[in-house]
Design a protein. Structure first.
Length: 324
C-alpha cells in the first residue's frame, strides 16, 4: 500500500545541490512506486545570507526534470550562521501534511512509499555527540530532565529503562538525518520556537555545553515527544537500512557502506546529463568519476570498522582521501 506523504529535502548552491541531484535520481530509480511529492526546499537571499544561497539554474532545471517540486522559503531565524536550521525553517514552510525529511546527503536504495509516518520519529544512527561530559557538569539525567521540564514535558515516557542513568542511550536522542511526522508545518514551527528558546535562554543545567552545531539535535527529541512520538518502530526499519543511506560524505560512503549502496551511487551518477552537473562538485568528481572511492574502499574491512566515525575520518585524512 502507498502512503500519502511528502519527502522534504533542503538544497542550495554548491555541495547540497549535487547531493540533492543524487537523492532525486536515486528516488526515481529505486522507488518508482513512491506516489507522493519530492519537495526541494530552497533558502532565499536575505539579511541572514551574505551570499546568495539559491540553486544554479541548471541544477534547478534538472531537479524539476527528476520530478521534484521546488519550495522557496525565507530564513527568519538561522541562515548562514546556523545552516542546520534550514531543515527547521523548511518544514515550517511546508503544507500541514505527513512528511519525511531527509538530509540531502542521503541515497534512496529501495521502495520508500509505504512508510507509516503517523507517529513522529527520527534517525537512531547517531553517536554520543551531545551533551558532552565535562568536569563539574550535572550529568545526562540533569541536562535532559531540565530540557523536558523547560517545555512542560514528562521525561519518564522517553527513557530506555534497560539503561543506567548516566548511559547516554537511556535518553531520547536522534540524528536529524531523517525526521518524520504527520504535520510538517506544525512540527517545523514548534522545532524553531523551542530551538530559539534554548539558544537564547538555556536552562542552567546546560552551562558549559556548546549548542553549535548540535542545537537542532538537542531540541529534536523534545519536539518528537511533544507530538506523541518516540524511537522508530519496526515499520520504519528501512530508513538507515535497506531503503535509505545517510552517507554524510563520499569518502565515508566508500569507506563504510555496503556494496549495494556503492553500486546504487555509481548507477544513478552515470547518465551523462547528470554527470555534467555532478562533476562540478570535486568530491564526486574525485571519488566517483576518477575512481578514488575504490581506493578508499580497499583501506577498510566493512565487517570490522572502527567504532567511531572520527577514527574513520582520521584514517582517510592520513591517506589524503578526506574531502567534504
Amino acid at each position: 500500500m502507498q502512503a500519502d506523504f511528502d519527502i522534504v529535502i533542503v538544497a542550495q548552491a554548491g555541495r547540497l545541490e549535487a547531493e540533492a541531484l543524487l537523492l532525486a535520481a536515486s528516488l526515481r530509480r529505486f522507488s518508482p512506486g513512491f506516489a507522493g511529492r519530492l519537495v526541494v526546499a530552497e533558502p532565499q537571499p536575505g539579511p541572514l545570507w551574505p551570499d546568495d544561497p539559491r540553486l544554479t539554474p541548471e541544477g534547478r532545471d534538472m531537479l524539476v526534470e527528476l520530478g521534484a517540486t521546488l519550495l522557496p522559503f525565507e530564513s527568519r531565524r538561522f541562515g548562514a550562521a546556523y545552516p542546520h536550521g534550514n531543515k527547521i525553517e523548511a518544514l515550517a514552510a511546508m503544507p500541514p501534511r505527513p512528511f519525511l525529511f531527509l538530509d540531502s546527503d542521503t541515497l534512496v536504495t529501495a521502495e520508500i512509499g509505504a512508510l507509516p509516518l503517523e507517529r513522529p520519529s527520527a534517525s537512531m544512527r547517531r553517536e554520543a555527540t551531545w551533551p558532552v561530559p565535562r568536569p563539574g557538569w550535572p550529568g545526562y539525567e540533569a541536562v535532559w530532565r531540565a530540557l523536558h521540564e523547560r517545555f512542560g514535558l514528562e521525561i519518564e515516557p522517553t527513557l530506555d529503562p534497560a539503561r543506567s542513568a548516566e548511559d547516554w542511550q537511556r535518553y531520547l536522542y536522534f540524528n536529524a538525518g531523517w525526521v518524520c511526522g504527520p504535520d510538517a508545518r506544525a512540527f517545523g514551527a514548534r522545532w524553531g520556537e523551542w530551538a530559539c528558546a534554548v539558544l537564547d535562554d538555556p536552562p542552567p543545567a546546560l552551562d558549559g555545553q556548546v549548542l553549535h552545531p548540535w542545537l537542532d539535535q538537542a531540541v529534536l527529541p523534545l519536539v518528537v515527544a511533544a507530538f506523541g512520538g518516540g524511537r522508530p518502530g519496526a515499520g520504519l526499519s528501512g530508513l538507515d537500512g535497506p531503503a535509505t543511506c545517510h552517507y554524510r560524505t563520499f569518502p565515508l560512503l566508500y569507506a563504510r557502506e555496503s556494496d549495494a549502496v556503492v553500486a546504487a551511487l555509481e548507477e544513478v551518477a552515470a547518465p551523462n546529463q547528470l554527470k555534467r552537473l555532478l562533476k562540478r562538485h570535486e568530491p564526486i568528481l574525485r571519488m566517483v568519476y576518477q575512481g578514488r572511492g575504490r581506493r578508499v574502499r580497499a583501506l577498510f574491512d566493512r565487517a570490522a570498522l572502527p567504532a567511531a566515525e572520527k577514527e574513520i575520518r582520521n584514517i582517510l585524512r592520513s591517506h589524503g582521501f578526506w574531502m567534504r
